[in-house]
Write a protein that binds this ligand. Structure first.
Ligand code: HXC
Length: 520
């Protein structure tokens, strides 16, 4: 055998060893937990044969605790690049079979290398997390490694899309790298995220709580809003990430990818003419309207189970991606509260950072009143959404479906927040407040003087009716040009597509500054 052949054999054998990570026993243990290995996840996520691995032969540089005799190629994280639907992405996948996927100094530098290259190339970064946190034997070097990653996540924010999948433990400060990225996907039962685990919680506060109840996928999908997507298992999660990628551009200087569309642009949806109930207090499902107007009825909802009073997500019009924000009358009458404001504000900012036009559907009775909202800082949180819309320079189309009252009217992408095209359905009610509240304020003193109950109720009904006739319509706003046109509901798809096509060449710039000071 020639020396060359021997050297190639050596390479092949080293690669095989590296691909085994922490060894077959640990791979079996991983499978028994219903989890895939780091490399299996990459294979599923990327286009076939597109993965090119970096730093396969990296090992750690620690001597204490007998680690000098315990080294594994790749050191617990598989990194590299590949493609999704032919487009380049950078990827890291933590390998739980090697020291529990814990992060060492070299592990961190491997992740930093791909983040640095993704920034130079202008390509998205996808992180698959499954880790016991800081590698205990490495002490502060591990903490420094985390901070090196955090710094790069921060610099990459708004430049290239960053997506995190949580496929196992993600605890302590390790949660902050995913938190700095744009989207987090978690899998049911096998993933969890928390800053302090159940044992520390019990020691410090006395609270007894399970891992699942403290930071499981369902908790973060419904209560905290930390995660954006919930998957039943890893395969479903990986498909979700591939789908999400199809809506996103490679970087902030590119437009999102356009696909061919055979769904007629002038498709009339007659049922939309009847979808708003006659009774203004009766709910309807705004997702039916979204699905009726977007291409093929496909809507990729984000944070589906969190703050359900506002709906956000991606869809396409004539093949081009948009971000949709819609009040949902089915939950809390579509009111804006703290959670809904935060949820929508972050989404609006993401879309604006990555050149994704915004389509806003409004049916909002106002902000949720009450001390819990005020003490929780609804003023600041509501202002986040206001700020996000006001600073956004992507094309902004607003359709007022029904209610648009008070401060919430202004917040929901109104004309003066640089809404490019503001349409209303004939069922729109755009006013300072609803009839009941308005008559209480305007006529309260007079009403108090009416002693006869029947007469009092008659007077109130008359006044409310007068108010409704005057204000509960879109014509007042249209009269002042705050609404550009009142459109027939069934024609909404066509009007949105034509508006987006016109606005494709829109150019709008904010003043130069170091950065803004959004009310955090
Ligand atoms: C080194 C670790 C490790 C760690 C796990 N392992 N965590 N090695 N550093 N942080 C090793 C284990 O020794 C074991 O090695 C293998 O990984 C698998 O771990 P098991 O405990 O057998 O697995 P499991 O029962 O599934 O439990 C998983 C776990 C648990 C819940 C993650 O391992 C655990 O609690 N680990 C410690 C978590 C932690 O406290 N990390 C530090 C957090 S502080 P063998 O050889 O037996 O296979 C932190 C700060 C970050 O991360 C700050 C950033 C700013």
């Amino acid at each position: 055998m020639s020396t060359n052949t021997e050297k190639i054999k050596e390479l092949v054998s080293k690669r095989e060893e590296a691909r085994l990570g922490g060894g077959e026993k640990r791979i079996d243990a991983q499978h028994q937990k219903g989890k895939l290995t780091a490399r299996e996840r990459i294979q599923l996520l990327l286009d076939e044969d597109s993965f090119e691995e970096y730093d396969m032969f990296v090992t750690h540089r620690t001597f204490s605790f007998g680690l000098d005799k315990l080294k594994y190629y790749s050191d617990g994280v598989v990194t590299g690049r590949g493609t999704i639907d032919g487009r380049v992405v950078y990827i890291f996948s933590q390998d739980f079979t090697v020291f529990g996927g814990s992060l060492s100094e070299t592990f961190a530098s491997k992740i930093c290398k791909i983040l640095d290259q993704a920034m130079k190339v202008g390509a998205p970064v996808i992180g698959l997390n499954d880790s016991g946190g800081a590698r205990i034997q490495e002490g502060v070097r591990s903490l420094a490694g985390y901070a090196e990653i955090f710094q790069r996540n921060i610099m990459a924010s708004g430049v290239v899309p960053q997506i995190s999948a949580i496929f196992g433990p993600c605890a302590g400060g390790a949660v902050y790298s995913p938190a700095l990225t744009d989207f987090i996907m978690m899998t049911e039962e096998t993933s969890y995220m928390f800053v302090t685990g159940p044992k520390v919680v019990q020691t410090v506060t006395g609270e007894v709580i399970s891992t699942e109840d403290l930071g499981g996928a369902n908790v973060h999908a419904t209560k905290s809003g930390v995660s954006h997507f919930l998957a039943e298992n890893e395969e479903e999660g990986i498909l979700l990430i591939r789908k999400l990628m199809s809506y996103l551009p490679q970087n902030n200087l590119e437009d999102p990818p356009e696909i061919e569309c055979n769904d007629p642009i002038d498709r009339l949806e007659d049922q939309l003419n009847e979808i708003i109930p006659d009774n203004p207090n009766k709910p309807y499902n705004v997702k039916e309207i979204i699905r009726a107007v977007v291409d093929y009825g496909e809507f990729m909802e984000v944070q589906r189970n969190y703050a359900k009073n506002i709906v956000i997500g991606f869809a396409r019009f004539n093949g081009k991606p948009v971000g949709i924000i819609a009040n949902q009358p089915m939950y809390l009458a579509g009111v804006l509260d703290i959670d809904a404001s935060r949820k929508a504000a972050r989404f609006v900012r993401f879309c604006d950072a990555f050149n994704i036009p915004l389509v806003t559907m409004v049916d909002v009775p106002g902000f949720l009143p009450g001390s819990s909202q005020e003490y929780g800082g609804i003023i600041l949180h509501g202002a986040k959404l206001l700020f996000a819309y006001g600073e956004a320079t992507v094309p902004k189309i607003t359709i007022t479906l029904r209610k648009s009252y008070g401060g919430a009217h202004d917040v929901m992408s109104c004309k003066q927040l640089r809404g490019d095209l503001n349409y209303a359905w004939p069922t729109a009610e755009i006013a300072v407040m609803g009839a009941k509240g308005a008559i209480e304020v305007l006529e309260g003193k007079k009403i108090a003087t009416i002693e006869d109950q029947e007469e009092k109720e008659k007077y109130i009904t008359e006044k409310e009716q007068e108010y409704l006739e005057e204000f509960a319509n879109p014509y007042q706003a249209a009269k002042y040009g705050f609404i550009d046109d009142i459109i027939e509901p069934r024609n909404t798809r066509f009007r949105i597509i034509r508006a987006l096509e016109t606005l494709a060449s829109k150019k709008e710039f904010n003043p130069a500054k170091k950065h803004n000071n959004i009310p955090l």
